[in-house]
Design a protein around this ligand. Structure first.
Ligand SMILES: [Zn+2]
Ligand SMILES: [Zn+2]
Length: 444
């Protein structure tokens, strides 16, 4: 790891090929664009090898060894870079006379809640912005398939306790029997319901937290839905059949994983870190164990951002990527500084790590490496839920984020912060299925 970064001189040659001019200064070495892209691809290939070596991932693989990966795409730099890296890895294999090794199905969860095609006011035939953007991706990567999944589809998931996500009723006289609402009555079904649900959360941090959880759970659910025999999806533009998912890939950099580590610890989900940060199987809430991997986990965010400029043609051209300024809840740097209170914990830490990453990259990497050493305590290593250990295990996960619950630890978290009672001083009932982090996000 680099301690001090050296300056790239004006006419320095690439350290690797010693031929072209060096334009990237990466981890104390100077690289030309080509060698830099190769460095990024090699780091990713090594992580894919880990995925392929893990025997737990073999059961869904096709007999000929070719796998189908699903990947999340937010149109941000890191997840966008991952798609291009996977294309370059495929091209490199094909040029050496090998097979493609994997097929890729890319899923964009469309979080644009203004896209109100469910209301009479909006013409239903209007094409959402994200769909137009995906068309650009389809044109550039015809080998891969792309799918837009509107976030509102998350409401169809039975694995989320929608009643728990509703704000508590305001009349404090309600007894615990009355507040025990039936899932039917409290279940949100429309885009407007989803908008209300998010708007009712107590803070910007809560909204961001729950939104990210819903995106993650919808991606996982979309991937495991492909295993059901009656779900045979065809990619409409290409007519290709979308194969069952062997592993889900997320484009989280080292920096992003370090941020998650601190963010989730701050929110009281420290117990679930091994499931959130480490490669390996996660539970979809229905007892399916889905391999989830982070193939760019050994690259820093700024390296992936540089990659989007260095690859050919640059991903930053042609409207493929949504710039960071417009994704961060619509605020640019200057205006956000004015309204600190509307900043989520994530946004604060993203700013923090942007500095740390440049000056102390080893600190960032160490946060993730330390977390990687944590074991998945109290649960089967195949995921949060192990059916073979008796029916009691099915209730192990939090009914909002789906992460494993730390039965004793949750109480400790509450106790230390001095909140043993419910919002109106009532004892908490029906909250035992929520982790401390989700409880805080929903109830403040
Ligand atoms: Zn070079
Ligand atoms: Zn939770």
């Amino acid at each position: 790891m680099p301690g001090a970064m050296t300056q790239a001189g004006p006419a320095k040659l690439c350290r690797k090929c010693k031929d072209k001019e060096a334009v990237h200064n990466i981890r104390s070495d100077n690289f030309c664009s080509e060698c830099f892209c190769q460095f990024v691809a090699t780091k990713t290939v090594k992580r894919l090898e880990v995925l392929n070596r893990d025997k737990r991932n073999l059961h869904n693989g096709r007999p000929n060894g070719s796998k189908t990966f699903y990947s999340g795409l937010s149109f941000g730099a890191s997840s966008s870079a991952l798609i291009d890296i996977l294309e370059q890895i495929t091209l490199s294999r094909l040029s050496r006379g090998k097979d493609a090794s994997f097929a890729l199905h890319v899923i964009h969860i469309d979080t644009d809640l203004q896209d109100s095609s469910d209301t009479a006011a909006a013409p239903t035939q209007s094409i959402p912005g994200a769909e137009k953007r995906l068309d650009l991706w389809r044109a550039r990567y015809p080998r891969f398939t792309f799918e837009r999944v509107p976030l509102v589809q998350v409401l169809a998931l039975n694995t989320i306790d929608w009643a728990a996500l509703q704000p508590p009723p305001h009349d404090a006289t309600a007894s615990s029997e009355i507040t025990e609402r039936t899932e039917q009555a409290a279940r949100p079904t429309t885009l407007q319901d989803l908008r209300n649900l998010l708007a009712n959360l107590p803070s910007a941090t809560s909204r961001r937290d729950i939104l990210e959880l819903l995106v993650r759970r919808l991606l996982i659910a979309r991937a495991t839905a492909s295993w059901k025999a009656d779900v045979q999806t065809t990619d409409k533009p290409s007519g290709k059949t979308i194969q069952k998912c062997d592993a889900l890939l997320f484009g989280y950099s080292t920096t992003a994983l370090a941020e998650r580590t601190l963010v989730e610890t701050a929110k009281g989900r420290g117990f679930s870190l091994p499931w959130q940060i480490n490669d390996g199987p996660v539970d979809d809430g229905e007892g399916h164990s889905l391999p989830l991997y982070y193939p760019v986990r050994e690259l820093f965010r700024n390296e992936l951002v540089q990659y989007t400029n260095a690859c050919q043609p640059p991903l930053t051209e042609g409207g493929l990527i949504v710039s960071a300024a417009s994704t961060s809840s619509g605020t640019d740097q200057a205006s956000a500084v004015v309204s600190h209170r509307e900043l989520s914990i994530e946004e604060v830490l993203t700013r923090y790590f942007a500095d740390v990453e440049v000056n102390y990259p080893s600190v960032v990497a160490n946060v993730v490496r330390t977390t990687a050493k944590l074991e998945r305590h109290g649960h089967d290593e195949d995921g949060a839920v192990d059916a073979s250990k008796g029916e009691g295990r099915r209730s192990a996960g939090c009914r909002v984020c789906g992460m494993p619950l730390d039965e004793a630890g949750n109480e400790r978290w509450r106790g230390e912060i001095g909140r043993l009672d419910g919002p109106e001083g009532r004892p908490r009932t029906g909250m035992d299925r929520l982790c401390y982090g989700c409880d805080r996000s929903i109830h403040g």
